[in-house]
Ligand binder design. Structure first.
Ligand SMILES: [Zn+2]
Ligand SMILES: [Zn+2]
Length: 126
């Protein structure tokens, strides 16, 4: 392929935007590739900005701060602790009954923290 502007010169690449052949004299380097003109460079920049914004909006490639498993067990644990507290509140002497959801809730919360910590540790190794 020859350069779109300089027909006697062999093209070294293709414009990322319009697909024309470009020689070393015409090529403009941009972030990821080469383009033939300022207008084509601007087009790539604009497109990239749109893609970046879309990624931010939909959180693509962004890990959630707390994994779903930790959320799930943590919420369950807090609910269980709440039930235990409700038992004690309605009947201050009913602690043997409240001990079951209380202990279970505590276990779930500890498990949630464990899942979260493990998730963070794995995330650091990536
Ligand atoms: Zn172009
Ligand atoms: Zn050229």
């Amino acid at each position: 392929m020859q350069c779109f502007v300089h027909h006697e010169v062999a093209a070294v690449g293709i414009c990322r935007t319009c697909g024309k052949g470009i020689c070393p004299a015409c090529a403009r380097e941009i972030d990821k590739g080469i383009v033939c003109s300022e207008a084509c460079a601007q087009f790539v920049t604009d497109n990239q900005a749109i893609v970046d914004r879309a990624k931010r909006v939909y959180s693509i490639g962004v890990k959630p701060k707390i994994p779903l498993g930790a959320w799930f067990f943590g919420t369950m644990g807090v609910v269980m602790l709440g039930i235990a507290a409700l038992f004690l509140w309605t009947d201050p002497h009913g602690w043997p009954v409240a001990a079951y959801p209380g202990a279970f809730g505590l276990l779930l919360v500890v498990f949630a923290v464990f899942v979260w910590r493990r998730y963070r540790a794995v995330g650091l190794n990536l």
